[in-house]
Structures are given as C-alpha cells and as structure tokens.
Design a protein around this ligand. Sequence first.
Ligand code: ATP
Length: 219
Amino acid sequence: MAITPIGILGGTFDPIHFGHLRLAEEMLELAELKLIRFIPAGTPPNRDMPKASAKHRSAMVRLAIAEQPAFVMDEREVDRTTPCYTVDTLRELRMELGTVQPLCLLMGGDAFLQLHTWHEWEQLFELAHIVVGSRPGFTLEERIQSANGKLRNQFMQRLCTVQALSQQACGGIVELAIPKLEISATLIRNRVAEGRSIRYLLPKVVAEYIQQHHLYLTC
Ligand code: ATP
C-alpha cells in the first residue's frame, strides 16, 4: 500500500533563505511529499553555535513559510538546552506518527557527504528515507567515490526511486537533481554585518525581522 511521505528539513536557519525554500519547494514536488516539516536546530552538536537565538531563528522560519500551506513549523528542538541529534528527533517523530508513515529526511548534497559524522548516523536509515538534492550534472555517484567507505556502501545499497519512498517507511536514498541557488546563511550574515543589501536573497519579511531585531550586526 502506498502512503504519501512526509518530508523533514532540519537546519540552523541562521537565517532561513531562498536556497532553503527552493530546495524544499522542489523536493515537495519531485519527491511527491504530502508536506514538509521545518525543524530549526536548537543547540546543534556538529557545528559552531548559531549567531541568532533559537527563538529568533524559529520566528524567521515561521514568517518565511507562512504562505505555503504544505510547509509546517516544528519547534521541537528549539526549547532544548542539551545538544539535539537528528536521530533523536526522528525517534520522537516515529513515536508520534507510527511505524508505517514514510518519512524523508531532506538535505543538500554537501550535507549528505558528511552524514557519516552525524551521531548514530546508520540508525537514521531505520527511521527515515534520505532525499538528497544535487546540482544537476554533479551526481552523488561521482562524488561518493572519494567519500567515506561506509557512507559509500550505504549509498550503493540503498539508492532507490521516488516511487519506492511511498512503499516503505524508511531505508531508501533518493537523489534529485535540484539547481542550487548560490545563497548561504553565512553570506547573508556577512552582508548584514558589512551594512550591505540582502534584498532578493531571502523573503522580505525575514529581512525586515533581521532589521527590527538588530540581528547579525557583528560577524
Ligand atoms: P551556513 O551558511 O550558516 O552554514 P546554510 O545556509 O548552509 O548555513 P543550513 O541551515 O546549514 O544553511 O542548511 C540546512 C539544509 O539546507 C542543509 O541540508 C543544506 O545542505 C541545505 N542548503 C543550504 N543552503 C542551500 C542552497 N543554497 N541550496 C540548496 N540547499 C541548501
């Protein structure tokens, strides 16, 4: 029996920008998802502390996704003060949504190539599918050759079609060709700190929020 999958897009979203939103919109369409839950990270274990507080980052995500009914806010990580791992968040979602609902963890190609550094990363496949957005012409099949050996094996074994995502609750990897916009949160923060324009890099409501709350004035 086919069940329409739910997408999960985690990130620091410091701040959310059109790179994230286009990735989500393309994946919604191409992976045939019911909806996408946006989950801003509270205290990310794998990287430097975000510049803006979890409350601010979450508020910006909420503003950015307001116009797309298929994008849903999920603030479960925001209030946590301990490091939150994606594997724990997925375990929580499984408890809530049951064992049958297909879940798709969404990410860019660069993030996928670092997956083996994530806490209990091999457990992720027991909880969700992974859907990776790659730049057209830069397939993971080529880039995975120089990646971590265990990650390469998982990729080779689990690569499947979009249709397979609705047939099983978890365990597949799908690669989708999605043009990557040359936008990053780092670029936006640097531009704000330099007093430069961020117009057309992110939704206007988010740019206004940054200004009102005096975010990112220092690098
Ligand atoms: P920073 O510049 O602070 O490192 P970021 O802009 O890369 O941040 P994250 O919150 O780290 O944003 O990214 C969340 C997810 O969105 C990751 O899976 C990442 O691969 C993806 N992503 C980020 N920017 C883009 C983009 N321009 N196009 C497609 N995917 C993106």
